[in-house]
Design a protein around this ligand. Structure first.
Ligand code: DQA
Length: 147
């Protein structure tokens, strides 16, 4: 099972950007935990990050040719990028939307996701573990779709 893990804008600054909100794990250690969990689940993954909307759309389009599912934290683009939403919808790949923080417990603008209508589901509020839970969910989703 192959999964494309995509990080959106400012996530490369994890560990530096407000650790009280986003946790102390830096970007490399988050990715190491993702890699280790993927390995334990027997998943093949790639991890990509961009601060640019267009590059994130390219990652989604490229995933169509090889991935079974997408795990994506679109960062602030979550709240307004119809272009990323269209790319995910058009890809027809099962997609799990991830947020480190509980977006429902923060500013009002973070409550709305334009990505969630094209996502299979969302995992929010568990810090780094949100990504790990999403990998577990993605694996189940793909396995169950082949049954
Ligand atoms: C985030 C939540 C977004 O509102 C914010 O803009 C981010 C990170 C999260 O993982 O909690 O950059 O996606």
């Amino acid at each position: 099972i192959k999964i494309a893990v995509i990080h959106g804008p400012n996530l490369n600054m994890l560990g530096i950007r407000d650790p009280d909100i986003y946790g102390k794990d830096n970007f490399d250690s988050v990715n190491q935990k993702i890699e280790a969990h993927a390995k334990s689940l027997g998943l093949e993954i790639t991890i990509q990050q961009s601060n640019s909307e267009g590059a994130i759309i390219d990652f989604v389009q490229e995933a169509m040719s090889w991935a079974d599912a997408i795990v994506i934290n679109p960062g602030a683009y979550t709240h307004y990028s119809y272009a990323i939403r269209d790319a995910i919808g058009d890809s027809r790949l099962p997609t799990i939307e991830v947020h480190l923080t509980n977006v429902h417990a923060r500013e009002e603008f973070r409550r709305n996701s334009v990505i969630s209508p094209v996502s299979t589901g969302q995992i929010v509020g568990f810090g780094t573990n949100s990504y790990l839970l999403a990998l577990t969910a993605a694996k189940r989703l793909v396995e169950e779709s082949h049954r």
